[in-house]
Design a protein around this ligand. Structure first.
Ligand code: FAD
Ligand code: NAI
Length: 466
């Protein structure tokens, strides 16, 4: 039996960051991960492979469509899907190896196996060769992440009916891909395959895409994606799917009830959300239970059992890698006796489509529901010189600020490179900046970031460049 200060179960962005921070703080730490590689969903089958395909498919479409030609670059690209997948896998392998390096650097022991709580302060690990390994720890951090939510009647076989993992590794470009769920995964992976040549139909239960996103922002994104050729069936539900050889027949009904229609596809992606993952974790051995959704509750990252902590997708909040990372830092610092807190009001949210979406803070709908008086500054990318020169003028920057104090309450952007620019507003909001603060800060010209400043000027009604 090996004794540790901290044992982390799960090696994703929650778990690996917790383990690294514990190592940095001089704690004796082990991270239990059953996958063959570290990095969790994010590095192996989530953020990173999806961004690899988004990047490659964006360039392919630019070359294959009118974009390159309009810039005076005449090419006839040939899609080599196997190479596109290979470069994705090589990047992923390099990233997961990078976590192994960071573990060595910070003296984190990687215990390669599946962990299970085995009573207070104990974790039993089933190692890859089937042997059992018992660990003792003063503190245990659960960071076991999440898995795709299944849809009754639409059985995932990762051959024709796919989850996100299957959709990241298809051997061919679908003729017709039906995506169930107009959320982040559906729109990102739907974009990848549309760019590579698929017809893409998105079936969404609600009457809008991306629930939770600022409504105007979501509508703008939907308009752009529709213009690119993605079709949307909102207010619709899939009642069942039958695989017939190389095709799938889906029965699609209005969400409010009514006659079903048959939709034919060669591939289907089910992307209706993710659910917390605690299978085989031995929660009962310490008296922990999950809620109806399978989620473990936390208060300041503590579960109801002393010495057992929980972070990341397996607990409440947004299922995002950087949220898991923030919780990892705060949780381990608390374990080490330091003061730490996550500011859940300033967790950015990005959709890596083209145009991109990037948001932080409250939406207009939330502010209205709270009856909070606010002012809006909005600047379109059509009026931003860099966006214009690059022919990427879709979208806007919208800043919402408190009517009385001018404090920035929310920022919602659709447009080019907004994923890289939202950080500016995160910093501003962490420092409780007013819109005037941003409006008075010099931004480099010509950059898209000038749109951030102009939108801030707009809150006080003095936009200068539109
Ligand atoms: P996970 O990353 O799920 O890691 C949990 C790990 O625990 C897994 O490796 C699992 O094998 C291991 N584990 C589980 N149980 C045990 C056990 N009993 N013993 C040992 N190991 C165990 N988020 C973003 O912020 N940006 C993005 O661009 C983004 N893109 C995404 C794209 C896709 C297709 C998907 C599916 C997700 C994406 N996400 C993105 C979400 C992001 O991947 C998750 O929010 C993040 O990985 C959560 O981190 P985590 O550490 O909580 O869990
Ligand atoms: P999601 O919650 O983003 O979207 C799911 C969509 O499916 C919603 O619009 C929902 O209304 C719809 N839906 C639910 N049940 C349905 C049904 N029966 N029929 C039709 N539509 C239905 O979930 P998604 O896209 O699966 O992603 C899971 C999570 O992964 C995200 O919430 C996010 O936290 C994370 N992620 C983050 C990314 C990023 O940060 N760029 C990229 C990909 C995933």
């Amino acid at each position: 039996m090996s004794a540790y200060d901290v044992v982390v179960i799960g090696g994703g962005p929650g778990g690996y960051n917790a383990a690294i921070r514990a190592g940095q703080l001089g704690l004796k730490v082990a991270c239990v991960e059953g996958r063959e590689t570290l990095g969790g969903t994010c590095l192996n089958v989530g953020c990173m492979p999806s961004k690899a395909l988004l990047h490659a498919s964006e360039l392919y479409e630019a070359a294959a469509g009118k974009e390159f030609a309009s810039l005076g670059i005449e090419v006839k690209p040939v899609l080599n899907l196997a190479q596109m997948m290979k470069q994705k896998e090589e990047s992923v392998a390099a990233l997961t190896k990078g976590i192994e390096f960071l573990f060595r650097k910070n003296k984190v022991d990687w215990i390669k196996g599946w962990g299970k709580l085995a009573g207070a302060g104990r974790v039993q690990v089933t190692m890859a060769d089937g042997s059992l390994n018992e660990l003792q720890a003063k503190d245990i951090v659960i960071a076991t992440g999440s898995e795709p939510t299944p849809l009754p009647g639409v059985t995932i076989d990762n051959r024709r009916i796919l989850d996100s993992t299957g959709a990241l590794s298809l051997p061919e470009v679908p003729r017709h891909l039906v995506v169930i769920g107009a959320g982040v995964i559906g729109l990102e992976l739907g974009s990848v395959w549309r760019r590579l040549g698929s017809e893409v139909t998105v079936v969404e239960y609600l009457d809008r895409i991306c629930p939770g996103l600022d409504e105007e922002t979501a509508k703008t994104l939907q308009r752009s994606l529709s213009k690119q050729g993605m079709s949307f069936r909102l207010g619709s539900k899939v009642a069942g799917a039958v695989v017939k050889g190389e095709s799938v027949e889906l029965s699609v009904e209005p969400a409010t009830g009514g006659a079903a229609q048959v939709l034919e596809a060669d591939y289907v992606l089910v992307a209706i959300g993710r659910r917390p993952y605690t299978l085989g974790l031995g929660l009962e051995s310490v008296g922990l239970t999950t809620d109806k959704r399978g989620m473990l509750a936390n208060e300041q990252h503590k579960t109801s059992v002393p010495g057992i902590w929980v972070i990341g997708d397996v607990t409440s909040g947004l299922m995002l890698a950087h949220k898991a990372e923030d919780e990892a830092i705060a949780c381990v610092e608390k374990i080490a006796g330091k003061a730490a807190e996550v500011n859940y009001g300033v967790i950015p949210n990005v959709i890596y489509t083209r145009p991109e979406v990037a948001c932080v803070g409250m939406t207009e709908e939330q502010l209205k529901a709270e009856g909070r008086a606010y002012r809006v500054g909005k600047f379109p990318f059509t009026a931003n010189s860099r966006a214009k020169i690059n022919h990427e003028t879709e979208g806007f920057v919208k800043v919402l600020a408190d009517e009385r104090t001018d404090e920035i309450l929310g920022v919602h952007m659709v447009g080019p490179s907004v994923s890289e620019m939202i950080g500016e507003y995160c910093v501003a909001m962490e420092f409780a900046a007013s819109s005037e603060d941003v409006a008075l800060i010099c931004h480099p010209h010509p950059t898209r970031s000038e749109a951030l400043r102009q939108a801030a000027m707009g809150v006080e009604g003095w936009i200068m460049q539109a």
